[in-house]
Design a protein around this ligand. Structure first.
Ligand SMILES: [Cu+2]
Length: 591
């Protein structure tokens, strides 16, 4: 399929911007971050875009904090005017040329959503990955209007990691983050310094990867107006242009040395599978992953053979070695993941041919690295990294509370599909259904649905300091990155399932399904755990035909928190549920 953009953009001409650093210790731990309208140029050849940003920039400033030193942020909402994003659903999935509308700029015949256009800047900031008291965690319904102060205190009693802060307003997180309300937050600690890891410029570089789309004028020229476009068949926005730290397809000049990249996928919905290419060949051996969502792994790992997969909100702490490269060498980072992502693979060797319009991946390029002249310096990578966590002991898990959650997509006539997380409870013998029946070898368990929507009654009351095992059962055809607020977790298992859902089995609340723990003959996914997923995670991919078990233990703060799919369009409708962490002493008083 030939793709002709009237105004093509050139790759690798804009220098990679590095967001301004806001080091908390230089401000006695008291920061003020204002949210306001800004202008931002996403590419040399694009007009300026109107955006909403923390400090009016995309990304917001990178906040740097020290473990054990609390940070107080006054989130000052100074937004005025209306949402700087045109939201629309195109009338068809493809345009007159048969090109998927999500691969091209413009509204593709869609009408601007008037409700989105009327959004007036109610916000709430959430620090993703933060071990934060509930009152400061950014509950999606506790929103602040422009002019209303929000002073949040972050204890920072947690290990070094790359976190990020972003807007979390009920139902419209997808528009607010897309408008620009996102920034990085780095926690540092003594263990990382012992290891001598690069800290700050030039050898530590944060990379916030997002995707964006824009409107076009009558001549077909890109206007810079941000467009959030979906189509009748795909409810998530998969914009065509990849943006790193606010620039489309930027280039970073590097010395012949080892660099540390703090990478995060901050896209609404798109999953990336990243392959580093030089002279047409993958060079994934240059990359060593040392950390994941909540910081250092126990030991360095290679990224998977097909490339590094990052779904929305997943992070990777990477060392990339450019030390042996001649001046002028150009390396490109390509994305080989089609959308919506369903876990299917593509060999890294085919990365240069990854463009796939039907897979809503018109431009695989992400960014480039260009080697500048200089003395080569290579960094030796310590064999032992994190020393402060272990896989949970089997004895701790034997008595753990077990919770089951089914991920479900319900098709609706005349409106986008509804995605929900169904919280399940083991049914009594005398109950008559409807049931979710899980068949694991010779053990059969019948579950009834307790809750499906955000506003349904809370059913999860985890006790502090006790391990819990959460089973995430994916009954949809796409991968969902499930994020739990507050403490990190570890993945225990990822297993294939075969699912049978009868006609009309998915109702608004009730769910009828048979889940068998065996591979479906049609299923080609490996359902393995990557080495880089064996660290402390807060977001885990649950692929189609798959059940993932995580072990989670809430340790410090009691209160009302959320867990949700981090595809923002899913989180907003309606893959988000509450849970309440409880001190043991209060449990006897819970009726
Ligand atoms: Cu999802």
């Amino acid at each position: 399929m030939n793709l002709a953009l009237t105004t093509p953009l050139v790759s690798f001409v804009d220098a990679l911007p590095v967001p301004r650093r806001l080091v908390a210790t230089k401000h006695q731990g008291r920061l003020t971050v204002s949210m306001h309208v800004g202008t931002h140029r996403f590419h040399r050849d694009l007009p300026e875009s109107r955006i909403w940003g923390y400090e009016g920039t995309i990304p917001g400033p990178t906040i740097e904090a020290e473990r054990g030193q609390p940070v107080t942020v006054e989130w000052r909402n100074e937004l005025d005017g209306r949402l700087p994003v045109v939201a629309t659903i195109a009338p068809g999935a493809t345009d007159a040329d048969g090109v998927p509308v999500q691969c091209v700029p413009g509204l593709s015949g869609g009408t601007p959503n008037p409700h989105a256009a009327a959004l007036a800047g109610h916000t709430v900031a959430h620090l993703h990955g933060g071990l934060t008291p509930a009152s400061y965690d950014g509950w999606a319904e506790n929103v602040f209007a422009p002019g209303q102060p929000a002073v949040f205190r972050y204890p920072m009693d947690q290990r070094a990691a790359l976190l990020w802060y972003h807007d979390h307003v009920m139902g419209v997180t997808k528009f607010h983050v897309y408008a620009g309300l996102a920034g990085l937050w780095i926690v540092r600690d003594a263990r990382e310094r012992e290891l001598g890891l690069p800290e700050g410029p030039p050898f530590e570089v944060p990379l916030l990867i997002q995707d964006r789309n824009f409107d076009v004028d009558e001549q077909g020229r890109l206007t810079g107006q941000l467009v959030h476009k979906t189509d009748p068949e795909v409810m998530e926005a998969f914009p065509p242009f990849t943006v790193v730290n606010g620039k489309i397809w930027p280039v970073l000049d590097v010395r012949p040395a080892s660099y540390r990249f703090r990478m995060i996928n901050g896209s609404n919905a798109r999953t990336y599978r990243l392959v580093l290419i030089r002279d047409g060949q993958p060079e994934l051996d240059r990359i060593t992953q040392i950390g994941t969502d909540h910081g250092l792994l126990l030991a360095p790992v290679r990224v998977p053979l097909d490339g590094l997969v990052l779904a929305s909100a997943e992070r990777a702490d990477l060392l990339i070695d450019f030390s042996d490269l001649a001046p002028g060498s150009l390396l490109t980072l390509l994305n080989t993941a089609t959308a919506p992502f369903d876990g299917t693979s593509l060999p890294a060797a085919d990365a240069q041919h990854a463009a796939d319009l039907d897979g809503l991946l018109p431009y695989p390029q992400v960014m480039a690295f260009r080697v500048a002249p200089g003395q080569g310096t290579r960094r030796t990578i310590p064999a032992e990294l994190g020393t402060d966590y272990f896989p949970p002991a089997p004895e701790a898990l034997a008595s753990a509370a077990r919770r089951a959650i089914a991920l479900v997509e319900r098709e609706l006539d005349g409106e986008p599909n509804m995605l929900t997380m169904r919280e399940l409870a083991i049914a009594n013998d005398d109950e008559t259904g409807p049931f979710v029946t899980v068949v694991d070898g010779d053990r059969t368990t019948r579950y009834r649905t307790l809750a499906a929507h955000f506003e349904h009654t809370t059913t999860f009351f985890p006790m502090l300091d006790e391990y819990e095992v959460w089973q995430l059962i994916n009954l949809t055809s796409d991968t969902h990155p499930i994020h739990v607020h507050l403490d990190p977790f570890q993945i225990l298992s990822r297993r294939p399932i075969r699912r049978e859902i009868p006609e009309d089995g998915i109702e608004d609340l009730n769910l009828t399904a048979v889940v068998t723990l065996e591979r479906d003959p049609q299923d080609e996914l490996a359902h393995t755990i990557d080495d880089n997923e064996r660290g402390l995670k807060d977001t885990i991919r649950v692929n189609p035909n798959e059940i993932v078990e995580i072990a989670i233990r809430f340790t410090t703060y009691s209160g009302r928190y959320m867990y949700h799919c981090h595809i923002l369009e899913h989180e907003d409708r309606d893959m988000m549920r509450p849970f309440v962490t409880m001190p043991a002493e209060l449990m006897p008083f819970m009726s």
